[in-house]
Ligand binder design. Structure first.
Ligand code: SF4
Ligand code: SF4
Length: 457
């Protein structure tokens, strides 16, 4: 993950966890210099495996300008190995997009992640401009441009204390935006004074901010989304939380750090070239090094798990996922690996009396350390535990069946709606063509517009 403009953003969203990192830097400009940009690809790129996934994030990364990204692509070409393929993605609030941007993104095969928290009255609750004006119309203008230019995009929806109570409305709205890849991210933010943000692990958590979703509401949201996905969309829509669980069923591996055994599978490079293990921990305690630093310490292997976090009884599969990182091992040698080892493996430090005995441990892995509570030296469970348990218990029986089907046929089973539609079509072949306008609800009952649903199949 690369932060070309650090925390700089043209919006002032209520729950932006990244704005406090402004305090870390003295320079007024948070723009990555051309020298740092080149240095970054020169020093890091050779040490990635053959497939490299780069995510440009912010703040708002488009503030760096198109010319900056053109140079970035040129440096990628210059320093990649011939067999290396690089996939670029850009996480944006969409408000700065124009025809020129979209042409560039399309031409260079960027995958765009567009932030949208639901219909305007929900999106505008916490996502506003620095002048405190609503942003949804600007986002939707960007969305239309992405569609016009055929740019591939997915939707990232931050769940807060309000939209989390409207799962069906939010889900259908987002699917009607035409994306088939959706992430729901709970806005877990603690009431913490900015001066404490840089101190790393707080000894004791402050209370959750009011804007954060209630953990049980979060669980109910995921359960409802799961039911909608399962009934209507499981063959053609990817919901990250569900995908992660299905991956664990099928391959005994998590595709998301939050539900992996350690925080090891990415690094974050700030605009000044400083390297961190994760963008949730961009602070002086967890800085791992700098892209141009030649004096990074030699590799120390991470300390082994203190809790048996195996996802399988087989010893081969029981090793930490640390070993499956997308980087070559020798690259770690240039990091402050004692710090990196501490950072990555502290995720394993979860309460054995609760998580260690939990029936959902193989799906959960204790969640994200940022969501955990701390009482003095004691780490407690993630604040989302109740929500996770509701969702895992709800989804498990169905996902178990889906995984069995997949193992047997190599694809996901048709949805209930698809089966019903086929039965109806057999009985009445003209049904789907009759008098349904593109923007009307699809007769299959999905809740989507006809043009976004069965008309496209
Ligand atoms: S701190 Fe959380 S978001 Fe960051 S790598 Fe670890 S699990 Fe992932
Ligand atoms: S569901 Fe709760 S108790 Fe179980 S592993 Fe996750 S955080 Fe721990």
């Amino acid at each position: 993950m690369i932060k070309p403009v650090g925390a700089a953003c043209n919006l002032d969203c209520e729950y932006c966890y990244y704005l406090p990192t402004h305090d870390l830097y003295e320079r007024p400009s948070h723009r990555m210099s051309e020298e740092t940009l080149e240095n970054m690809f020169k020093t890091i790129l050779p040490h990635f495996e053959d497939h490299v996934s780069i995510c440009w994030q912010g703040g708002e990364p488009t503030l760096a300008g198109i010319e900056f990204f053109k140079k970035a692509l040129a440096f990628q070409e210059k320093y990649k190995r011939p067999e290396q393929s690089i996939e670029n993605s850009l996480q944006t609030n969409g408000t700065m997009l124009n025809d020129e941007w979209c042409e560039f993104l399309k031409e260079n095969k960027f995958l765009v992640g567009l932030s949208c928290d639901g219909p305007p009255h929900l999106h505008d609750l916490y996502r506003y401009t620095v002048k405190q004006e609503p942003s949804s119309s600007m986002v939707m203008r960007g969305h239309k441009l992405l569609q016009k230019h055929g740019v591939e995009y997915n939707i990232l929806c931050v769940l807060n204390n309000v939209n989390v109570k409207h799962p069906e409305l939010v889900y259908n709205y987002i699917l009607n935006l035409g994306s088939r890849f959706v992430q729901f991210i709970p806005a877990i933010e603690w009431e913490e004074p900015a001066e404490n943000f840089t101190s790393g692990y707080p000894g004791e958590n402050p209370p959750l901010k009011d804007i954060s979703p209630d953990p049980e509401d979060y669980g109910r949201f995921l359960c409802k989304v799961f039911d909608l996905w399962n009934r209507h969309h499981r063959t053609h829509v990817s919901i990250q939380t569900i995908d992660v669980m299905l991956n664990q069923y099928l391959f005994s591996r998590s595709s998301l750090c939050i539900h992996s055994d350690s925080c090891h599978n990415q690094v974050t490079v700030e605009h000044d070239g400083s390297v961190y293990g994760c963008d949730h921990y961009v602070n002086s305690r967890w800085q791992l090094g700098h892209v141009s630093d030649k004096t990074w310490k030699p590799l120390t292997p991470p300390t082994p798990s203190t809790v048996p976090l195996t996802v399988s009884a087989s010893p081969a599969d029981a090793r930490p996922e640390w070993e499956h990182s997308p980087f070559e091992k020798d690259w770690y040698q240039s990091l402050d690996t004692e710090n990196f080892g501490d950072f990555a493996t502290r995720k394993m430090n979860i309460p054995e009396d609760e998580c260690g005995q939990c029936e959902f441990q193989r799906f959960c892995y204790g969640g994200c350390p940022k969501h955990r509570q701390h009482r003095g030296d004691k780490t407690e469970k993630t604040i989302l535990c109740k929500g996770y348990k509701m969702f895992f218990a709800h989804a498990m029986p169905t996902l178990d069946e889906i995984a069995r089907f997949y193992r047997h046929y190599g694809q996901l089973p048709p949805t209930e709606v698809e089966i019903e539609r086929q039965q109806q079509l057999r009985a009445d072949p003209g049904m789907m063509d009759r008098k349904v306008k593109p923007n009307e609800p699809c007769p299959c009952g999905s809740g989507l517009k006809f043009k976004k649903c069965c008309r496209n199949k």
